[in-house]
Write a protein that binds this ligand. Structure first.
Ligand code: IMP
Length: 438
């Protein structure tokens, strides 16, 4: 059995897209298990940059790509993405969508935006893509699944019932306009015709692939601190980016997961509102943002930037049973005289080493920093030994503080700018090649 779940250990944008693309070269199947087109992955292939929202990054290697039942699917975005990929010569004939994935409808998007406006100072800073309202309908059992969209009898009937309620809500509560039933129906039936060939029992596909011994990579979207249950609620998304989300969102049992790779950006960023202890609101944060081009892949919103916070990485590792770490964007920090890592927090004069569950406590936490010498450039190393000593020392300290081995180091946007320190698809529990053992 060779299965690997890849999770973001921070607030998303850790470089999961690049890491997935890199590992997908050796995988047989890549699976998305939660979220929707709130995610944005940038993948650089040769001199081309692809911005992806729904289709797993494995598509660039011609692998089976699965959109699992845990995903919320905006069919217009999927159709656009398929056209975009095909237009750039990328084969799109091995993409499968679970019949259980819930469909984002136009009223979800409008409600997402109106709800944000209504919240005023308590807004969440959502991506405005209808994600929260679609998951809310799923939990309320009034959502429409992809298999139902494809059914010409069920879809019109369910749409009618939902539109009665949603149009009333839009008009009476928000004073906004509602949607014309026939227009939505025509538009969505056209999507249904286009997407019908992609529908599959994806849990069966994935489990059969695992039975055959195929290498299956589960690609989490967003990050642990945006998890609905475990993140910085309410400033979270409405799904489960933690590794356990892969079981529910893909239909595989926990005993079928070998390893969990936690992706850690060498610094921290956050889009949207909510507490962020190591945030650098001044020129240092601006420096990281500009150097790292930390702007939303899809929304282009500037990301808030700050130092690496190992309290949250340790918390993420605990929640997902992370076995190995991938440290990304180490190159971005090059050029600083000193770099800082938060090892703990100070809260009301006591030292806190574990992530505080209470939102108000977390918001009041002050980071406790450890300073390390900076490095000038990471260059194009062939192995860890070629990295500047200070960059290696930084990685070693991350390993010590998180008590996990670093298995992958990413030093640039291109596939070649990656150091893989052990075979993550190999059996066994963790990577042995720690930088400290060099
Ligand atoms: P939603 O997922 O659009 O409901 O947004 C909820 C929160 O999650 C907001 O703070 C968003 O900025 C954040 N978010 C959603 N998707 C991503 C992502 O892919 N990367 C980083 N933040 C995200």
């Amino acid at each position: 059995m060779s299965t690997l779940v890849l999770v973001g250990t921070q607030w998303g944008d850790e470089g999961k897209g690049k890491t997935t693309d890199y590992l997908a070269a050796r995988a047989d199947m890549v699976v998305r298990y939660q979220g929707g087109n709130n995610a944005g992955h940038t993948v650089v292939v040769g001199d081309r940059e692809f911005r992806m929202r729904l289709v797993p990054s494995g598509v660039f290697h011609g692998k089976d790509c699965v959109i699992g039942n845990g995903v919320v699917l905006d069919p217009s975005v999927l159709v656009q993405e398929l056209d975009y990929l095909a237009g750039h010569g990328v084969a799109v004939d091995r993409i499968w969508v679970s019949g259980g994935a819930h469909v984002i409808l136009p009223y979800h998007i409008r409600l997402d935006q109106l709800e944000e406006e209504r919240r005023g100072p308590y807004r969440l800073g959502t991506t405005g893509r209808g994600i929260g309202p679609a998951y809310a309908d799923k939990a309320a059992r009034i959502g429409i699944r992809f298999s139902e969209l494809l059914n010409p009898t069920v879809f019109p009937a369910k749409l009618r019932i939902n539109l009665e309620e949603k149009n009333h809500l839009l008009q009476a509560v928000y004073g906004a306009s509602g949607f014309d039933e026939q227009e939505v129906l025509d538009q969505y039936l056209a999507y249904a015709d286009r997407l019908r060939p992609l529908a599959a029992d994806t849990s069966l596909l994935i489990n059969r692939a695992i039975d055959r011994g195929d290498k299956v990579l589960f690609e989490g979207a967003q990050g642990t601190l945006l998890d609905l249950d475990h993140g910085t609620y309410p400033y979270v998304t409405s799904s489960h980016p933690v590794a356990g989300g892969a079981c529910i969102g893909a239909g595989v049992g926990p005993t079928r997961i070998n390893r969990v790779l936690g992706v850690v950006k060498a610094y921290t960023s956050r889009v949207g509102d909510g507490p962020f202890p190591t945030e650098l609101p001044g020129p240092e944060g601006d420096w990281i943002r500009e150097r790292g081009q930390e702007y939303g892949t899809i929304t282009r919103r500037p990301r808030r930037c700050g130092w690496l916070d190992t309290v949250i990485v340790r918390y993420a590792a605990r929640l997902s049973g992370v076995t190995d770490l991938a440290v990304t964007r180490l190159d971005i920090l090059a050029g600083l005289e000193r770099v800082r890592i938060s090892t703990a927090y100070r809260l009301d004069n006591s030292l806190v080493t574990e992530f505080p569950l209470d939102g108000a406590d977390f918001a009041a936490c002050e980071p406790v920093y450890e300073d390390l010498p900076g490095w000038t450039a990471t260059g194009e190393p062939l192995g860890l030994a070629d990295l500047p000593a200070a960059a290696r020392a930084y990685l070693e300290r991350v390993e010590e503080l998180c008590d996990l081995p670093v298995a992958v180091v990413s030093l640039g946007r291109e596939r070649g700018q990656t150091l893989e320190l052990c075979d993550l698809f190999a059996a066994g529990t963790a990577c042995a090649a720690k930088p400290s053992r060099l």
